[in-house]
Design a protein. Structure first.
Length: 277
């Protein structure tokens, strides 16, 4: 398998029309795409949402790993992307290593932004909102030990927020009780009243940042990894040419094309509906 450095050194060999494949369990990865658009507006993109597998956070590690590896294997064969971005914390913390071993394209994952949160906090107490699968991963333990060993990190699995974010992008109202429960779960933990920084460890959750800010109250900052992911993709594609031969599109897994459900949101992110994977 070529290393990330070798991928950069062979940049000129990349087909200019080769897309960046952005993959998520649903539409949360659009928060990553938004930052990618700012960094590389000329880059062709395919956005792939595994809506048939949603939610990932309630699945076992084995189920997530097998599903992600299988889907990405088929998609890289079909679309020949120049790079794959796994815009999902759960999928990345579980399957990133496996996918990098089996796919011969650069892979950029998404992991909880504990490092910047540790640098930001003033009280030393950080909240982390993620899926149930993400918050229990050893990967997150290692991030905490490396970057926040002298801080207090309080974790809460908030699967309801995933559906709330999906509903918001469909233009449906967000249930304030769902947002309030997530905030209160962290605040009620020992030391929770000292939280001044919250890591949004699911790419869906930045879609609800305004609602979460209201629920947590003033003085709380939110941090997620989308900008860092965009910077990493920019670094790995440095020197490559881009040519958008066809419109960027979104694809969904399952038996139903969800383009109409998310039409307004997809257009806002520069995507056309592309049907089913």
């Amino acid at each position: 398998m070529p290393s990330e450095n070798s991928a950069v050194s062979t940049a000129l060999q990349v087909d200019p029309a080769a897309p960046i494949l952005v993959f998520d369990s649903g539409v949360g990865g659009l928060t990553v795409l938004a930052e990618l658009r700012k960094a590389l507006p000329q880059a062709p993109v395919i956005y792939a949402a595994d809506t048939a597998g949603l939610p990932y956070g309630t699945k076992t590690e084995a189920q997530v790993a097998a599903r992600v590896a299988g889907l990405l294997g088929r998609m890289t064969e079909r679309f020949s992307p120049r790079l794959v971005c796994i815009a999902c914390n759960t999928a990345s913390t579980i399957a990133l290593g496996m996918v990098r071993e089996v796919l011969e394209v650069p892979i950029v994952g998404t992991v909880p932004a504990i490092k910047p949160a540790a640098a930001m906090t003033r009280t030393g107490t950080i909240g982390l909102l993620g899926t149930q699968a993400t918050i229990r991963q050893a990967y997150v333990d290692r991030l905490e030990q490396e970057f926040a060993a002298d801080k207090r990190l309080l974790r809460h699995g908030a699967p309801e927020l995933v559906e709330a974010a999906e509903a918001k992008l469909r233009g449906e109202p967000v249930n304030p009780a769902v947002i309030r429960r997530a905030a209160e779960a962290l605040r009620s933990m020992p030391g929770g009243t000292e939280i001044d920084t919250v890591v949004l460890a699911c790419t869906h959750f930045p879609l609800l940042e305004e609602e979460l800010a209201d629920a947590f109250g003033p003085g709380v900052a939110f941090v997620h990894g989308a900008q860092g992911i965009a910077r990493q993709i920019t670094r790995l594609t440095d020197g490559q040419d881009f040519a958008r031969a066809v419109p960027d599109r979104a694809l969904f897994t399952g038996t139903r094309d969800l383009t109409s459900s998310y039409a307004i949101a997809l257009a806002r992110y520069g995507l056309e509906g592309g049907g089913l994977l």
